[in-house]
Design a protein around this ligand. Structure first.
Ligand code: BEZ
Length: 257
């Protein structure tokens, strides 16, 4: 999912070089456990692969994403499913859903806006409906963020972490304040091998880190990325593959009756 302003997505690149996002998401679909006849909303559906997995299990699945490019690609890949462009903070649903599902999307929404997200999700669910999601949790990609901000700072650019990675306590509290009962919430490390060998980290930064490099000339940007690689190579590159320090926050929350 994109926040629509900070990052311009290349939906082809997203699928080709970062397929692990949907692969890891498959186990979140297991946690969702969609049932035949249920209506499920996939919030931040990206290119729609998990929306399709949910539909294959017999549910009626609808995907929404902020990125027009992602929605276009999802529609082309899965013409039988319904996808539309919508903002996680303000979407509305004509008919209530049995579940709202979200994988690797919520951390793109600024922290200050998550009460609005939670309110929109609660409004979209029937009483007793479930919100099943995974996002970056506290400390997610901390080494990559720290190295990138340090490299930028050395070159005179003062930037901030563009993502929201909450702790279990923080997000569970927000969910409860928004009318949810939190049935499960867990933070765990998931070291993630990046695709494309020696270019894996540079590709990851290019795909996801656009906002960090806003306003930099191409050669300056390349120099920053090379500097980040130098800082992280000893700990994160084994000679063949980069491994990113992902940490996930997963939760299941049920809308109060
Ligand atoms: C994540 O899935 O944890 C993630 C993806 C892109 C940027 C930051 C975090």
């Amino acid at each position: 999912m994109s926040d629509g302003t900070a990052n311009r997505w290349d939906a082809d690149d997203y699928d080709d070089g970062h397929g692990f996002v949907a692969e890891y998401g498959a186990s979140l679909v297991d946690l969702l456990d969609p049932k035949s006849g249920e209506r499920v909303l996939d919030l931040g559906c990206g290119t729609g692969h998990l929306t399709a997995d949910i539909a294959e299990r017999g549910a009626t699945a609808v995907g929404i994403d902020q990125s027009a490019e992602m929605v276009e690609q999802a529609r082309a890949a899965y013409p039988g499913l319904s996808f539309r462009r919508a903002d996680a903070r303000s979407f509305t649903a004509e008919d209530r859903f049995d579940a709202v599902f979200s994988n690797a999307a919520l951390h793109w929404v600024p922290g200050a806006d998550h009460d609005a997200v939670i309110e929109a999700v609660a409004d979209a669910l029937r009483p007793g409906g479930r919100f099943v999601a995974e996002m970056g949790g506290t400390g997610n990609v901390d080494r990559i963020v720290t190295a990138t901000l340090a490299e930028l700072r050395e070159r005179g650019y003062d930037r901030e972490n563009p993502w929201y990675f909450p702790s279990v306590g923080e997000y569970a509290t927000r969910l409860e304040a928004g009318g949810f009962e939190v049935r499960r919430a867990v933070l765990f490390d998931r070291p993630t091998e990046l695709e494309n060998g020696a270019d894996g980290l540079a590709d990851w930064l290019s795909m996801f880190g656009d906002s960090l490099f806003a306003g930099l000339a191409d050669d300056e940007r390349e120099a920053v990325v090379a500097g980040v690689e130098d800082r992280l190579r000893p700990d994160m590159f084994d000679g063949e593959t980069w491994t990113a320090d992902y940490r996930r926050l997963r939760f299941v929350a049920v809308r109060a009756a």
